[in-house]
Design a binder for this molecule. Structure first.
Ligand code: FDA
Length: 320
């Protein structure tokens, strides 16, 4: 892992830096590159604009590692209200949550499980779909357990898996056995080498192998666990990447196996590769843009900088 990436990921855990950044207008300006605004209204308006261009969205309220039951309950209530708005506005939008934002660290995580179950039920009612993000490796077991419990009761829920983790091939087997939808990403956190590949090339190679397994599974008719949720919320495997070489490889494999273009999706982050998002959508591919909003953007923003340390220049430009 590069030194810049390591430093940025370490910085992402500093409450002091978070406070400093939040107070600075230049930082708030720089962050706008990756989010349409801090408020939910901006996110919903952006989702509506994407919908006009045939691009779906996934909305997420920024925040993680809450430490009290009241905070976790407030996050649940926020997402319940959001799902009601998606239904009201008939937006082709899904929702993605972090379990530590819903209280995974609070009192053994019991209430977190109830919150996720409530959100999955509301997502089904709204014709939407609930994604569960994957956070640091120490949370993977509990995230997958909670996913399995939710999936047993609700079809419209999927989970993110990270290609950089050495354990992920086995986790993929487990999730596919549950007929669960997977969003495959490379992985955004700082992890020790025993747990995650330290070299980017190894993560990229692991991504290809895992993506091929997902495409092959789709070709055999699997991976459509949540499709019963309806056209707006249907779940198919999602490839969360901006790596256009990987996108091309996935497309080629799917085409060679006769997997229809709408039987899998490409998910990208707001503000990254916008041209490619449109090109893919215009070419008949299913594309979703993940839109983040909220004021707790600091750790998330540091991870975006760490993914491409050249982005730091963008921040400095806003400073001057
Ligand atoms: P890679 O990092 O190789 O980037 C490929 C190219 O994309 C770069 O060369 C650059 O051009 C562009 N690019 C990538 N990141 C950029 C950035 N920040 N700024 C500007 N350009 C950039 N991670 C996680 O651990 N848990 C999760 O739940 C999720 N969820 C998630 C959802 C979605 C929809 C996406 C797209 C990503 C995530 N991630 C995530 C983040 C993921 O793990 C990973 O860190 C980023 O997607 C960057 O990896 P790429 O696959 O884009 O490849």
């Amino acid at each position: 892992m590069s030194l810049a990436r390591t430093l940025l990921l370490r910085a992402s855990r500093s409450p002091w830096l978070a406070e400093q950044f939040r107070r600075r207008a230049f930082a708030r300006r720089a962050v706008r590159r990756f989010m349409p605004g801090e408020d939910l209204g901006s996110a919903l308006d952006a989702a509506a604009d994407f919908a006009v261009g045939g691009i779906g969205t996934v909305l997420t309220s920024l925040g993680e590692r809450v430490s009290s039951p009241a905070e976790a309950a407030a996050v649940r209530d926020h997402y319940l209200a959001l799902l009601a708005q998606l239904r009201e506005r008939a937006l082709p939008a899904q929702v993605s949550v972090k379990l530590t934002h819903l209280g995974l660290d609070v009192e053994g995580g019991a209430a977190c499980a109830d919150h996720v179950m409530a959100l999955a039920a509301r997502a089904a009612d709204a014709g939407s779909f609930l994604w569960i993000d994957m956070e640091e490796s120490s949370y993977v077991d509990r995230t997958l357990e909670l996913f399995a419990r939710t999936r047993a009761r609700h079809a419209g829920v999927g989970v993110c898996l990270q290609a950089y983790l050495r354990r992920t091939p086995a986790d993929l087997d487990r999730v596919l056995a549950l007929d669960g939808a997977v969003r495959l990403v490379k992985g955004a956190y700082s992890e020790p080498p025993e747990v995650a590949f330290p070299k980017k090339a190894d993560t990229d190679a692991a991504y290809v192998t895992l993506a091929e397994r997902l495409v092959d599974h789709g070709a055999r008719g699997g991976g459509r666990g949540g499709a019963r949720g309806g056209a707006r919320g249907g779940a198919v495997p999602a490839f969360g990447t901006h790596d256009m070489r990987l996108v091309a490889q996935i497309r080629e494999r799917a085409e060679s196996l006769g997997v229809p273009r709408k039987a899998y999706e490409f998910h990208m982050l707001y503000g990254i590769r916008a041209d490619e998002q449109r090109l893919l959508a215009n070419g008949g591919h299913a594309v979703r843009v993940l839109i983040s909003y909220g004021t707790a953007w600091f750790p998330w923003y540091m991870r975006r900088l760490a993914e491409r340390p050249a982005n730091v220049w963008f921040v400095l430009r806003n400073l001057v």
